[in-house]
Design a protein around this ligand. Structure first.
Ligand SMILES: [Zn+2]
Length: 76
C-alpha cells in the first residue's frame, strides 16, 4: 500500500505549492484518486493539488478518466 507515502505527501502539501505536483506524483496517487472519483467523491476537495495538476495536464486527466471508467465498471 502506498497509503503511508500518500499521507506523508498530503501532510507536506500545506507547506508547499500545490502546483509543484508533477506527473510522477500524480501517477502514484492515480488509483486512490480514481477510486475516490468513481465513488462519487469530490476529487478537487479531497486532493486539491491533483485537481490543479489535472487542469493543466491533459495526459494525466486522460489517465484518471480511463481509470475511473475502469473502476466504475461493474464487478461480479
Ligand atoms: Zn501530469
Amino acid at each position: 500500500m502506498a497509503t503511508d507515502r500518500l499521507r506523508y505527501w498530503l501532510s507536506t502539501v500545506d507547506t508547499t505549492q500545490p502546483e509543484e505536483m508533477d506527473c510522477d506524483m500524480l501517477f502514484e496517487m492515480l488509483e486512490v484518486v480514481a477510486e475516490a472519483a468513481s465513488a462519487g467523491q469530490d476529487v478537487s476537495e479531497l486532493f486539491p493539488a491533483v485537481a490543479i495538476h489535472l487542469a493543466h495536464c491533459p495526459n494525466c486527466q486522460e489517465l484518471v478518466d480511463t481509470l475511473v471508467a475502469l473502476t466504475a465498471e461493474p464487478t461480479f
